[in-house]
Design a protein around this ligand. Structure first.
Ligand SMILES: NC(=O)c1ccc[n+]([C@@H]2O[C@H](COP(=O)([O-])OP(=O)(O)OC[C@H]3O[C@@H](n4cnc5c(N)ncnc54)[C@H](OP(=O)(O)O)[C@@H]3O)[C@@H](O)[C@H]2O)c1
Length: 289
């Protein structure tokens, strides 16, 4: 991975931070896109101290399309070639709220930001030759078939107290997987691959979570959640998809807890995927007009 440019969003915490560290240790030039300069710099220092290969840091609130476009142009100006793009920043918002640009927050952060970064950085990915897109998603997509008339939870949001994963979070993950499968087809001619994965259940304290949620993460006894995975285990899939020689030609694949599996059947419906893509372009282009 020496000198390969690997852009990773939301890489100041959890398993993406571990992946950023591992790829840096392999010699890659990691480019972190983080929301908070303070948390980003702390992560940057931590990686530099451990492997003497300091990542670059860019700051953006990826809930906002204007910020996604701005940071994409900054990264593109700094790196004419990008070998790996890992879209990872995400969150499960508890209730329906809109950004100041008018998009529902889960849809904006978990999906629209991925879409726009891929689209904006496509020339740099193409220029690298054999670039790889890796999208974090979630098995929460399984219980929640997507409705094209409810993309932003306009009709139903599906709030849930426990576990605190609204249906909206599941739908945003259907979108992430559908996007990945579309990218695998649409960007193939550019030599770009696209794969996605669910890390499994990784108990992490999150800056965006409430104090009660973070306390629960700390105190939750492991025997109650035997299937939890460590950030180190979860990071392995990112590192594999981003760097392994035998993953170079892999595209359109979905992994769950480290195993390649089939996603929910709806994700393979090409007609729904194409409609989602067209609807997304309309929403984004309409917002910019
Ligand atoms: N952990 C799990 O069990 C699990 C399971 C399935 C899927 N996932 C997915 O894994 C990804 C990582 O999440 P995580 O739950 O493991 O928590 P995490 O370690 O806290 O990672 C989330 C990252 O996204 C960043 N982020 C959040 N909002 C942002 C914004 N508006 N702009 C820019 N960056 C933002 C966070 O930055 P801050 O530190 O500033 O908040 C953080 O770096 C998410 O996409 C999530 O959907 C997680």
């Amino acid at each position: 991975m020496r000198d390969k440019v690997c852009v990773i969003t939301g890489s100041n915490n959890g398993f993406a931070l571990v992946a950023a560290h591992r790829l840096s240790a392999m010699g890659a030039k990691v480019v972190m896109i983080c929301r908070s300069r303070e948390r980003g710099q702390a992560a940057q220092r931590q990686i530099a101290e451990r492997c003497a290969n300091e990542p670059e840091l860019f700051i953006a609130d990826l809930e906002l399309q204007s910020e996604v476009r701005r940071v994409a142009s900054e990264v593109a100006a700094a790196h004419p070639k990008i070998d790996v793009l890992v879209n990872n920043a995400g969150f499960a918002f508890g209730k329906r709220e809109l950004t100041r640009e008018g998009f529902e927050r889960t849809f904006a952060l978990n999906y629209l930001a991925y879409f726009t970064l891929c689209r904006a950085l496509r020339p740099q990915l193409r220029a690298a030759g054999g670039a790889r897109i890796v999208n974090t998603a979630s098995s929460a997509h399984r219980q929640n078939p997507l409705r094209l008339d409810n993309l932003q939870g306009e009709i139903e949001f599906g709030e849930r107290l426990f576990p605190p994963l609204p249906k909206m979070y599941g739908w945003s993950n259907v979108c992430r997987i559908m996007l990945t499968l579309e990218l695998a087809e649409r960007y193939a001619a550019d030599g770009i691959t696209a794969n996605c994965f669910c890390p499994g259940l990784v108990m992490v304290e999150r800056a965006g979570a409430t104090a009660a949620q973070n306390l629960m993460v700390k105190l939750m006894p492991r025997f109650l959640l035997p299937k939890t995975r460590t950030p180190e285990e979860a990071a392995e899939t990112i590192v594999y998809l981003a760097s392994a020689q035998d993953a170079a030609a892999l595209t359109g694949a979905y992994f769950e807890s480290g195993q390649r599996v089939r996603a929910a059947e709806q994700c393979y419906d090409g007609e729904v995927r194409r409609q989602l893509w067209a609807r997304t372009e309309q929403l984004l282009d309409g917002a910019q007009a």
